[in-house]
Design a protein around this ligand. Sequence first.
Ligand code: C5P
Length: 233
Amino acid sequence: MRDVIIACDFSSAEEVLAFLDKFSGCERKPFVKIGMELFYGAGPSIVREIKKRGHKIFLDLKLHDIPNTVKKTMKVLSGLDVDMTNVHAAGTIEMMKAALEGLQKPDGTRPLLIAVTQLTSTSEERMQKELLINAGIAETIGHYAANAKEAGLDGVVCSPLEASIVKEACGKEFIAVTPGIRFADAAADDQVRITTPARAREIGSDFIVVGRPITASEDPVAAYNRCVKEFIG
Ligand code: C5P
């Protein structure tokens, strides 16, 4: 199950396809994350194109709306044959259940569904002052993860340093997808709570999401292979 997901944070289809061309000779096809920027800019056809090239896709659109709208949208996304997608746990257990129903294909299969608990950009102070959530951030993350599990979801996106909170609340089979990954000898960029691929593995991450350490590298294939070696072995 463990895998390295490359965050393809490019703004156009041309850029992402040129980037993926570099991996055409590789035995291992990278799992690719497509976020809002690329999806809204390039449209669903970019998902089909990358899928056609044999990559698995995590479609990171973080849905959060009324249950009926989320269900119908998930039906559309499921038709794109993605492998993983996500919602905000803040949308409630009812919304997460509706998302799962929408994802279900006629043959009974569906993509993995992951919840965002609290964004890593949200500090405890802002969460308490602006969102009026009185609990601490760790407790909130554990509680939202438990809600996602109760709704039947497969796991959550969290900082690698929060993976243990999630595994404690939901069991070790519950998937932790973790961004905030940096090599030990590299810059942190704008990420604050970071760890290395090897440490993420020790902490219990199931999937690491790695962007700039691969996409901005002079040799993206070597950087990807290094992630795979450190995280999967
Ligand atoms: O370039 P970098 O490795 O920092 O990219 C991390 C990716 O993971 C980006 O696409 C970012 O939006 C995403 N992400 C994150 N922190 C979260 C959720 C998603 O960094 N909490």
